[in-house]
Ligand binder design. Structure first.
Ligand code: SF4
Ligand code: SF4
Length: 135
């Protein structure tokens, strides 16, 4: 997805918050794209792991908060194992999710789930989705 960057939209506090919550310095990323190449859900997302880290490092809060990738990430750790800079990418993505959840905003609303769908979806998947996607 192409993004136009504008210095007026830079939010350094957002970058700082993600770094503080994750404990990962985003400037370590050299944008090699190894994480994107390994990510099993990259093709289903609106940005790649490399792009979300780049946008976060550049303080593009609105763009990062408006893409769905942080919620699609399966926290599988494939990217983290191969990142040449040793970045814990899932932790960075978790920090992005937490910024929303700490405002008491749910990404999925348990009561909006259609009655009867629990016969098609494994219960463990629902429990894990509630843990990851609700405040
Ligand atoms: S693999 Fe690591 S260094 Fe390379 S783009 Fe991903 S986060 Fe950045
Ligand atoms: S942890 Fe998330 S970003 Fe990293 S490879 Fe797995 S799904 Fe992709």
């Amino acid at each position: 997805m192409p993004f136009s960057l504008n210095s007026k939209t830079v939010d350094r506090e957002f970058t700082k918050s993600v770094e503080e919550i994750s404990g990962e310095p985003l400037t370590k990323c050299m944008q090699c794209g190894t994480c994107s190449g390994l990510c099993p859900v990259e093709a289903t997302g609106d940005v790649s792991p490399r792009q979300i880290i780049h946008l976060t490092a550049l303080g593009q809060r609105d763009k990062v908060m408006n893409v769905k990738f942080a919620w699609i990430c399966a926290s599988c750790y494939a990217c983290q194992l191969r990142c040449p800079r040793g970045l814990d990418i899932p932790k960075i993505i978790e920090a992005i999710r937490l910024i929303t959840l700490r405002k008491n905003e749910n990404f999925i609303e348990p009561f909006a789930i259609e009655t009867g769908c629990n016969t098609d979806i494994p219960q463990i998947a629902l429990v894990s989705a509630f843990r990851k996607h609700t405040a």
